[in-house]
Write a protein that binds this ligand. Structure first.
Ligand code: SF4
Length: 190
């Protein structure tokens, strides 16, 4: 996946950290603060700032006053940044192709394992909360027991299956800690 990222970044004319910032900002209309960007990427704030400034100079992101803190800035994609990110998303890397070659049941198990790993890392405060169904206030796990699509997304009011569990959904809204814990218990019990 790292090799794929290098290739994607090279083709986009940016470096992998800058590419990761574009990926992170995609679908976040209000943008993110520098501190949040650094936390999501697992890099220092000065490193994040350097990459954000480079993207700003290329016209791919813009810095706006943060609605939450007038001394801080919110970084968000420009139209050019969003177009580059969408174009880049369409690229199918070797890791994706390898995963696509797995039997469907193994793809599903891999996705469930990833969801569990991400949740463990979140609970250990090793990474920020990700935009996945398991932490979303709209997620109703196993609301349709026994059905091929057992889960329900209250945002789009539709049922969906295990294979459609999202790990980076732009419609995600974080549930409060008590609701997250209850949702996880229901997900595990199902
Ligand atoms: S809004 Fe997105 S993250 Fe939330 S339950 Fe629906 S699909 Fe999952």
């Amino acid at each position: 996946m790292r090799v794929d990222d290098w290739e994607r970044a090279k083709q986009a004319g940016i470096n992998p950290t800058q590419l990761a910032i574009l990926d992170l900002l995609e679908g976040r209309a209000k943008g993110l603060g520098v501190k949040d960007i650094a936390a999501h990427l697992g890099v220092s704030q000065p490193t994040a700032t350097d990459s954000i400034n480079a993207l700003d100079r290329k016209g791919l992101v813009e810095k706006l006053p943060s609605p939450a803190d007038r001394r801080a800035v919110a970084v968000r994609l420009t139209a050019d940044g969003a177009a580059l990110s969408r174009k880049d998303d369409a690229m199918d890397g070797a890791a994706n192709q390898a995963m696509g070659a797995l039997p469907v049941e193994e793809q599903e198990r891999l996705l469930l394992t990833m969801v569990k790993l991400i949740r463990e890392l979140q609970e250990a405060d090793a990474i920020p909360i990700q935009r996945m169904c398991a932490s979303c206030k709209y997620f109703a796990p196993f609301a349709h027991p026994g059905a091929a699509q057992p889960h329900h997304c209250r945002f789009v009011d539709a049922a969906f299956g295990q294979r459609e569990l999202r790990i980076d959904c732009r419609d995600h809204e974080i549930a409060d800690p008590a609701a997250r814990a209850a949702t996880w218990d229901a997900f595990q019990a199902g």
